[in-house]
Design a protein around this ligand. Structure first.
Ligand SMILES: [Zn+2]
Length: 330
């Protein structure tokens, strides 16, 4: 069996383009994932990845933009860009890999003798991750939610790494920096990188469609982070979101998920980053079985900030319809 490898030497000075080769297995042949590297010697070592989930395409687009302007902008250090981690999922516009049904962001660090998704994770963990001290994994929230442009992390046990990660996330200067506590973190790319002491920031965007306005904010955020790392010169600035330039740092926990008490069409009654008081209406549910049935109110459990809200859609009972948050206390 061949080993996962790069088709070029990362130590080559200047720009290199080549592939990360993921060996074939019983379920799929060898994959060659395009990789860009710009080596300007001493300095920070950054890995930028996109296309971890196949239906989140802002990341691959912004990664391609980065490859275009980086050669004229980068002054030191090394940046490796892998725009599409999971080409099989991207081709299918699917969160998971259709072939094995696996979520790439839950199988890290992967397995060399596993299924194709596990082999991708193994190749990235083994070949690229050791070459970086900081990782930006570019995601988006997908079409069924409204979510503000955000740089996110999860709570990290090591307080020093936690503080450095939050500072890095805030350096994107996006409208939202989020510390996101949820219970489904096993096998995430973040965890593998953080276990090796690396700073890992996930960007998340929402709103349904891949639009020019969001892409501009996303790209500006990545540029701000590169400036903060010292890889690129320039002045970091808050991008304009809803006619404002601002940023805030929030935290959310599993208990902040609001679920629908019954099936129905969910009608959102507020927008992301709205402040709500206890009892304020966040949305209502409309029954599709009866015109005489009263709609059901979904209210804020406490004073908080609306972080994510489902797009108008039919939801099942106990399905998540909103997520609230509050200012981070470290
Ligand atoms: Zn994602």
């Amino acid at each position: 069996m061949s080993e996962a490898h790069l088709t070029f030497d990362l130590d080559t000075p200047g720009v290199s383009r080549g592939h990360l080769v993921v060996p074939g297995g019983a379920d799929h042949g060898e994959l060659s994932l395009p990789v860009f590297s710009l080596n300007k010697g001493e300095g920070p070592r950054l890995l930028v990845t996109g296309g971890n989930h196949g239906n989140e395409l802002e990341g691959p687009i912004v990664a391609r933009r980065l490859i275009k302007w980086l050669p004229d902008a980068q002054t030191c250090g090394r940046v490796i860009v892998l725009p599409v981690l999971n080409p099989l999922a991207v081709q299918a516009w699917s969160r998971n890999t259709p072939l094995d049904g696996l979520n790439l962001n839950r199988v890290f660090p992967g397995r060399a003798d596993g299924s194709v998704t596990e082999r991708i994770a193994d190749a990235v963990s083994r070949v690229l991750l050791p070459m970086a001290d900081t990782v930006f994994d570019l995601h988006s929230f997908g079409p069924t939610w409204e979510f503000p442009p955000a740089a996110t992390t999860h709570p990290i046990a090591d307080p020093d790494l936690m503080a450095r990660t939050v500072r890095m996330a805030e350096a994107f200067k996006l409208p939202l920096t989020l510390v996101w506590q949820h219970n489904d973190t096993a096998g995430m790319f973040d965890i593998t990188a953080q276990n090796q002491g690396k700073v890992f920031v996930c960007t998340e965007f929402g709103g349904g469609t891949v639009g020019a306005d969001n892409l501009a904010i996303y790209e500006a955020g990545v540029r701000n982070a590169l400036i903060a790392l010292g890889l690129v010169e320039g002045k970091a600035e808050y991008p304009t979101f809803r006619q404002q330039k601002f940023g805030q740092t929030l935290e959310t926990r599993p208990s902040d998920e609001l679920k629908s008490p019954a099936p129905g069409i969910f009608e959102p009654l507020c927008s992301v980053l709205d402040e709500v008081k206890q009892g304020d209406l966040i949305g209502i549910l409309h029954s599709i079985d009866s015109l005489s049935a009263e709609s059901i109110d979904i209210r804020a459990p406490e004073t908080s900030i609306v972080l994510a809200i489902a797009s108008g859609a039919h939801v099942d009972a106990n399905e998540e319809v909103a997520l609230v948050a509050r200012p981070l206390k470290l």
